[in-house]
Design a binder for this molecule. Structure first.
Ligand code: IPT
Length: 961
């Protein structure tokens, strides 16, 4: 690409950022200047290619009556207006030939006729603002071209001047799906063209500021705030009535204030008063720094308990309405999340207002990712090609200028996954120059040349620990090593929440708490990007026939697409809880630790309860002394006794994000010996015809198969090792070979065969000897079922001895059986109410729980193993008539119950493939393999691997009703 080449390219292929737009400035929600929203129905026409020179549609007299219409903000591909969404993660869906894009470049022409409201001022200027157009736009007003721009998730303004007319005006916008900007926007998400954020006409009165920059620092040593508002293009005063402050723009005032933190989002209502405009401000005083290798705010170390948030709505894509934005933040706050990385682009500007108000630390990330160049050895990477630098600087400026007045934003991020290059350095220099009061982040450059923190995605626990000790492997260059080793450390992405999981969050959290340098991280990611689909429920990559695509890798969130929290979010809430309540040294006592970074525990109320056999026997409130951040105290309820003690920390008052009583943190202790099932031995098996009866059990005499427990028919009870591999079992294609989903199938664990070797009727037991082994392999599990009984109790002890050279862990080890479909009411004592696996069990609270079989299922967008309950002592499955089966464990166990088999679950690609059969399939597991995070991260930690090893476990069954 030579200079002349790019000059001769059409505007949308030229790497230059645009023409005709105004310099960027800050976004604000309210002022007394007039504004007119141009959101609504727009006339729309889709053309298959960008090449058309026909611009007649932009002329005011153009007749668009034959066109269709779309909603703005919106993506036309989600509105039945032609075309379809397409998903790729890393790979560009077009040839990598920057800055050229395909001729097949679906082009949306948009038209909007609007009435200029009466009294719209003549004097001053009027600007037309686009908050987001994907991927580029060329704009005409009343037939006169205003200019063009790229930078999908960034604002662009034009001065409309005399082109605006009283009465009717016609705005024409041409949008191409692909542009040179697409090379800079290779984020892992759906490709969704359209005018997807607001379009607004804004009056700029004479004497109004062109822009302003609020500097509001906090000095934790003396409790003072320092305020200075730089104002460009006008002079004025800043009024902060609550502080009695009235200060000229440009002047500095220092006065006692309450600081802003994510825990205490103290905002002062203020006003910027200039001759032409009064602008409402909300000022938060805080100071961000790196001190002694640690990120601090207001002098204190931060622990980021974060999530990566893409903008997503299952119906409207990246056009996210205000209610949904607030909902996201309320859900985050309710789940103890204190930080958001706006992956991988600046969000809708109003989102940051909400972060200021509700209290979240924000890493604001620039709209920049060139990951697809990794597929071609990073050849031609725009961040390493000076011809793209103006576009990079334009993006940096549009983000920083737009968002610079938000106290919540403490870190700017250059972008995501761009490799390395001088363009990034240029962005960083500009950002530092413009805003030295915030920190810089970028993960993709291991030298950390441009940034203030060492950031990584998906490292193992072991590596995080080494980094925590500042003892990581040094990079080749000693100088770089010294620089980086002195830096604080964050995980910009970890805990890949794809499908069931992520596992191992607790272990990361312990590292963040242990090592000062490890300042937490951001789980990948907030929400599944499953698009609502009439036949499939939620669609993922490939469901619209696109090629290439990356399948369900787009569904890797802590929320399901409809924003229901997944078990991953419930687990994360518990793992990052800001108060630790742990069993204390003496029975019934608890150690309470304040894990907040800034506040005491005064906003919480502590409530205790004691349960025996699932019944509440006593409860009360617990007096916890004032505790500074990091401090602990031992406290004991004013009562004693055996049973299950639970202490809950709940909100003492209503907040902007949850009401009084909302559960923030909890801890439990079991005091005394938990009851164990009475033994079931002594009864004598009796042969009669083709069956053997043993206590309530009736067996097939020839095969030893259990047929009934009392009146309850039981089918197919046998050893089970298979589970429908989770996304984390399957791992990502680029992961090391220890990808169990694949290995398990290679080893044939999905097709185990059961050979009966002996059925022995003894004096007090029925013993069935078997060998369970995969077809095509020479490994096996010698499995002996020993049945005993006493009264109405039927005991089963299963012993398993592996044979051969097992080189893979087992998915699970337990028994399965099927019950009639009516036995679908489940009650259990154990962990609950939600799903748990060995490395995702922090949130499982001990207690007695009841749920229907259908409610036990977790609706992962791509069906997979789910719904296990852990630490179970007993479980009962009953029908409406109260009849059913109870199973108690010799030791705590795991159970699942579903209306389909693991094989059917495995075969399903979408939830709509799961069809309820005429059985309830029950799994009672002695042990299960952990979950890990290998769909894009480390696998299962060794402690949670279920190795094939000799095992023995037992259950006692009894009929109910
Ligand atoms: C990393 C990306 O930054 C993120 O956008 C997303 O794709 C995530 O992974 C996986 O879901 S990049 C990955 C190849 C490490």
């Amino acid at each position: 690409m030579s200079r002349n080449d790019t000059d001769s390219l059409p505007w949308y292929e030229n790497p230059a950022p645009g023409t005709g737009t105004l310099a960027p400035r800050s976004w604000y929600a309210a002022s007394d200047a007039r504004r007119l929203s141009l959101n609504g129905r727009w006339d729309f026409r889709l053309s298959p290619a960008a090449g058309t020179e026909d611009e007649s549609f932009a002329r005011p007299e153009f007749d668009a009556s034959a066109w269709t219409s779309v909603a703005v903000p919106g993506h036309w591909v989600l509105q039945g207006a032609g075309g379809a969404p397409a998903y790729t993660n890393v790979v560009y869906p077009f040839p990598v030939d920057p800055p050229r894009v395909p001729s097949e470049n679906p082009t949306g022409d948009h038209l909007r006729t609007f009435e200029l409201p009466a009294g719209w001022p003549d004097e001053g200027e009027t600007v037309l603002r686009f908050d987001g157009v994907d991927s580029c736009a060329r704009v005409w007003l009343n037939g006169v071209e205003l200019g063009d721009f790229k930078g999908s998730r960034l604002p662009h303004e034009f001065a409309v001047g005399r082109r605006l007319r009283p009465g009717a005006n016609v705005l024409a916008v041409r949008v191409h799906t692909w542009s040179s900007g697409s090379y800079l926007e290779d984020q892992d998400q759906w490709w969704l063209p359209g005018v997807f954020r607001d379009v607004t006409l804004l009056h700029r009165p004479p004497g109004a500021p062109r822009d302003f920059f609020v500097h509001a620092g906090y000095d934790h040593r003396d409790g003072s705030g320092t305020l200075r508002v730089e104002c460009e293009g006008a002079e004025g005063r800043v009024l902060v009535p609550e502080l009695g402050a009235d200060v000229a723009t440009g002047d500095t005032v220092t006065l006692p204030v309450e600081p802003w933190t994510a825990e205490t989002p103290r905002l002062y209502a203020a006003e910027l008063v200039t001759p032409g405009e009064r602008i409402a401000l909300r000022i938060g005083f805080r100071t961000v720094a790196v001190q002694d290798g640690v990120i601090t705010v207001n002098g204190r170390r931060l622990l980021l308990r974060g999530v990566n948030r893409h903008e997503f709505h299952p119906e409207t894509g990246r056009a996210v309405d205000a209610r949904t934005m607030r909902r996201d933040l309320v859900l985050m706050k309710r789940h103890n999340v204190n930080a958001v990385r706006t992956s991988h682009y600046p969000p809708h500007p109003a989102f940051l207002d909400l972060c200021d108000e509700l209290g979240l630390w924000v890493i604001d990330e620039c709209d920049l990712e060139t990951h697809g160049f990794a597929e071609v050895g990073w050849r031609g990477n725009p961040v390493d090609d000076a011809r793209w630098t103006p576009a990079l600087l334009d993006r940096a400026a549009r983000m920083v200028e737009r968002d610079k007045n938000h106290p919540s934003v403490i870190i700017w991020s250059l972008g995501n996954e761009c490799g390395t290059g001088a363009g990034l350095g240029a962005m960083a220099r500009w950002m530092r120059g413009r805003d030295p009061e915030r920190l810089l982040h970028y993960e993709g450059d291991p030298s950390c040349a441009d940034v203030d923190m060492y950031s990584r995605m998906y490292p193992t626990h072991a590596e995080v620990e080494r980094i925590g000790k500042r003892a990581e492997e040094p990079p080749a260059d000693a100088e770089l090593d010294a620089g980086r080793r002195a830096m604080p450390f964050v995980l910009c992405e970890y805990g890949h929440a794809m499908g069931n999981g992520p596992g191992g969050l607790s272990e990361y959290q312990r590292l963040f708490e242990r090592y000062e340098r490890c300042q937490g991280g951001f789980v990948w990611e907030w929400i599944d990007h499953g698009l609502a689909h009439p036949e499939l429920g939620f669609a993922y990559g490939g469901d619209f026939g696109e090629e290439p695509h990356d399948g369900n890798f787009v569904c890797d969130g802590l929320l399901f697409p409809d924003r229901t929290p997944s078990p991953g979010l419930i687990e994360y809430k518990k793992v990052i809880e800001p108060v630790r309540i742990a069993p204390g040294a003496t029975a019934g006592a608890f150690t309470v630790t304040n894990g907040y970074d800034f506040t005491g525990l005064g906003h919480l109320e502590f409530r205790w309860s004691r349960e025996v056999d699932g019944a509440l026997v006593a409860s009360g409130t617990l007096a916890v002394p004032p505790l500074a951040p990091g401090a602990s105290a031992d406290v004991a309820p004013d009562a004693a006794g055996d049973g299950l003690w639970t202490v809950r920390a709940v909100l003492a008052d209503d907040t902007g994000w949850a009401g009084r009583g909302h559960l923030v943190a909890w801890g439990q202790a079991e005091v005394g010996t938990p009851p164990r099932p009475a033994p079931a031995t002594g009864a004598r098996p009796a042969l009669s015809g083709s069956t053997v009866t043993l206590g309530p059990g009736v067996f097939d005499a020839a095969t030893g198969a259990l047929l009934r427990v009392g009146d309850v028919p039981v089918e197919g009870l046998r050893l089970d090792v298979w589970r429908a591999p989770t996304d984390n079992d399957n791992g990502a294609p680029w992961q090391p070979d220890e990808r169990y989903g694949r290995l398990w199938r290679e080893w044939g664990l999905h097709r185990m065969r059961h050979r009966a070797d002996a059925v022995e009727t003894g004096s007090d037991a029925l013993t069935v000897r078997t060998r369970v082994a995969p077809a095509g392999r020479d490994v096996g599990l010698r499995t002996v079922y020993r049945w005993t009984a006493a009264g109405d109790r039927l005991g089963l002890t299963v012993s398993v001895v592996p044979e051969g050279d097992w080189r893979v862990p087992l998915p699970r080890l337990g028994i399965r059986f099927a019950l009639p479909p009516a036995y679908d009411a489940v009650r259990w004592f154990g962990g609950g109410p939600g799903e748990a696996y060995p490395d995702t069990r922090a949130a499982a609270m001990l207690g007695q729980w009841a749920l229907g079989v259908d409610a036990l299922q977790t609706p992962y967008v791509r069906p997979q193993e789910n719904g296990a309950r852990g630490d179970v002592r007993w479980v009962e499955l009953t029908g409406d008539d109260g009849r059913g089966l109870r199973a108690a464990g010799g030791a705590p166990f795991w159970f699942t119950a579903r209306r389909w088999t693991s094989e059917e679950l495995d075969a399903a690609e979408h939830l709509t493939d799961l069809v309820a059969g005429d059985r309830v399939h029950v799994g009672l597991d002695h042990a299960v393999q952990g979950i890990g995070s290998q769909s894009c991260g480390p696998g299962v930690l060794p402690a949670y691997r279920l190795e094939a090893a000799p095992a023995e476990f037992s259950f006692v069954f009894s009929p109910l009703g």
